[in-house]
Design a protein around this ligand. Structure first.
Ligand SMILES: Cc1cc2nc3c(=O)[nH]c(=O)nc-3n(C[C@H](O)[C@H](O)[C@H](O)COP(=O)(O)O)c2cc1C
Length: 195
């Protein structure tokens, strides 16, 4: 089985990078394959052009989508699962990943007469500086889940899961304390992705 990993963090010096590396280890150790889009490394262009906007807004399938978008869509359609790995920025994915959705979820692929395949599984693996309790009490965790699972991934995968690893900001004592335990959890998620 093959998983397409969309990873989005501006720095290698990060817990999120460690999550991505560890998740990949879990995937490969369990005998599965992966493809990776590292959005910052690829310098993936995330602003829609006016032409792209008009194509999507008028529900048109022409002109053809741009080559970089088509490449991402092909990665999706050649995979069994998709996983998004990112840090929470202002209760959202980083702008670069949001822009990836703006362009890659194009008309005729992700909506309309869809050509996007129904994936077996979609997993969100994000890190957040705040504690889970704070995110739950404020309703922000629900908002993040709603946007990712209730909108972007809705009807596009048979199973969906949203995992937040909390307390990961640098000033938080739990970041270092829970580092190994959190990565172990991430490894196990990678190893059990297709079970
Ligand atoms: C610009 C920015 C915005 C952030 N916004 C949030 C937020 O809304 N909620 C939250 O829990 N953490 C927020 N954080 C904290 C990050 O999610 C946290 O620092 C990150 O997950 C730590 O992992 P890293 O070492 O991979 O960067 C923010 C961090 C930055 C830099």
């Amino acid at each position: 089985m093959k998983v397409f990993i969309v990873y989005c963090h501006p720095s290698e010096d990060s817990f999120t990078k460690a999550m991505c590396d560890t998740f990949i280890e879990g995937v490969t150790d369990s005998g599965n394959e992966y493809i990776l889009s590292d959005l910052y490394k690829m310098d993936f262009k995330t602003d829609m052009t006016e032409e792209e906007y008009l194509r999507d807004a008028y529900y048109k399938t022409s002109p053809d989508v741009a080559g970089d978008v088509l490449a991402e869509q092909k990665k999706i359609n050649s995979s069994d699962a998709i996983v998004f790995i990112y840090p929470v920025f202002w209760t959202e994915a980083p702008a670069k990943l949001v822009g990836w959705f703006d362009r890659v979820w194009s008309y005729g692929f992700a909506y309309g007469e869809k050509t996007m395949k129904m994936l077996d599984k979609a997993l969100i693996l994000c890190s957040a500086g705040n504690s889970r309790e704070k995110l739950e009490q404020s309703g922000l965790l629900d908002s993040m889940k709603k946007v990712m699972l209730g909108d972007r991934l809705f009807g596009r995968a048979k199973k969906t899961e949203f995992i937040v690893i909390d307390n990961t900001s640098r000033e938080n004592e739990h970041r270092e304390k829970n580092w190994d335990k959190n990565l172990q959890k991430v490894y196990e998620k990678g190893a059990a992705l297709f079970l």
